[in-house]
Design a protein around this ligand. Structure first.
Ligand SMILES: *Cc1c(COP(=O)(O)O)cnc(C)c1O
Length: 396
């Protein structure tokens, strides 16, 4: 008797939906937040600098500047790098839309370069064909948490006088050739949205080794003003000066306390993500219809996402149908990402479909499996059981 899939009226592998990502909040996280709520500062107090210092140390950078979201971190990095009107920035299309939006925030233009079919990271060999006289920078994304091929990207950047900065929203804890992501280029942006490695509700961080860039970031998040109101009060001075154009991208002390508390657990959570990822990879070795992302030599992924690619020629269901079938089994699969230029907003700018054929082909066959540190071993086995069940019942 062949097994009946849940979409065909069979019994689902799970009775409850297992999400693809979820934060983990312990009692000590709650206590850390409550402490701040009872204190004198809800925002821009001593908790901000303490969190920034701990974060900088965790990623091996000299400075970390906390901001209100990962998107604000990208905006701040884009502004601090001096990016301006009509500049062009090379960016991979397989990412969250904020990666490219932040380039438009500065009046500059994202130019999409294709990805490598194995890792789905920016393909260094695809960059040169996209360069013009206006090219200024490369915005690297560490897709799913695996560091991009930084040496090759640096070589292209150096040859053409481009700067590099990084969207490391997926890559807190990742290492490239032994070096943590966060100090590989002049500016690196992180997110602490609850689906990422540590959760602060909303939150972001920019790291840099450069003192001047750090000052620019501090001003950018606070209306272009470098001295905060508490310092003015202490010094008995009312005067402040907005020297540049800035925003209110400040991160409140309440959330920095949560970030600080979460950061302490990062090494343990990273190890748990690695364990789950290794179990998946081993469990799918005997399923030829499934290809996990290739893990490059010298790259230690932070395993933000576990992505599988379906061999569509070997299956009689397409990705959409496989998605629905796995959801029916109680597995909260997801898809990362629709190529950025397929979004309606980008289509109005005239980016043609077919621009990055590798990214588009990979997108059509991708599924993201649940992966977060609070998953139990039973949850992991449910995912494996459901993937085997659905794939085996869908063979062409
Ligand atoms: C989550 C994410 C962002 C945006 O971060 P927010 O904190 O949600 O603003 C940017 N880029 C990538 C690749 C992301 O995954």
């Amino acid at each position: 008797m062949p097994v009946r899939l849940a979409i065909d009226g069979g019994t689902p592998v799970r009775g409850t939906m297992l999400p693809y990502a979820r934060h983990v909040i312990d009692d000590d996280d709650v206590a850390a937040v409550v402490d701040v709520l009872r204190g004198d500062w809800l925002t821009t107090g001593p908790g901000v600098a303490a969190y920034e210092e701990a974060f900088a140390e965790a990623v091996g950078a000299k400075h970390a500047v906390a901001v209100s979201s990962g998107t604000a971190a990208l905006h701040a990095a884009t502004a601090a790098s001096g990016l301006t009107w009509l500049d062009e920035v090379i960016v991979p299309p397989l990412s969250f839309v904020a990666t490219a939006n932040c380039i438009y925030y500065q009046g500059a233009k994202p130019v999409f370069a294709d990805v490598d079919s194995g890792t789905c990271n920016l393909d260094p060999a695809a960059i040169e064909a996209q360069l013009t006289g206006r090219s200024r920078a490369i915005l690297v994304v560490h897709f799913a948490g695996q560091p991009a091929d930084m040496d090759a990207i640096r070589a292209v950047a150096q040859k053409h006088g481009l700067s590099i900065y990084e969207d490391a929203a997926h890559a807190l804890g990742a290492k490239y050739k032994g070096q943590p992501v966060g100090a590989l280029s002049p500016l690196t942006a992180f997110s602490t949205h609850p689906v990422k490695h540590i959760a602060t509700g909303e939150g972001g961080m920019v790291t840099t080794d450069d003192d001047m860039l750090a000052r620019k970031l501090l001003a950018f998040r606070n209306h272009g003003i470098l001295r905060d109101s508490h310092a003015r009060e202490r010094e008995g001075d009312w005067h402040y000066d907005a020297a540049t154009l800035g925003y209110n991208y400040r991160m409140p002390d309440v959330l920095c306390a949560l970030g600080m508390s979460q950061l302490e657990k990062m090494p343990r959570w990273l190890a748990r993500r690695q364990t789950i990822a290794a179990r998946y990879t081993q469990a799918f070795e005997n399923l030829p219809e499934i290809e996990p992302l290739v893990q490059a030599v010298g790259c230690e992924s932070a395993w933000h996402l576990y992505i599988i690619r379906l061999r569509l020629d070997a299956l009689r269901r397409d990705r959409g149908e496989m998605f629905t079938a796995l959801r029916a089994e109680g597995i909260g699969v997801n898809v990362h990402y629709l190529p950025i230029y397929h979004h309606s907003h980008y289509q109005t700018f005239g980016y043609a479909k077919g621009l990055c054929p590798v990214a588009e082909a990979q997108y059509e066959r991708m599924l993201t499996l649940p992966l977060w540190p609070g998953m139990g071993d039973d949850d992991v086995e449910d995912v494996i059981t459901a993937v085997h069940k659905v794939v085996e019942a869908s063979r062409a």
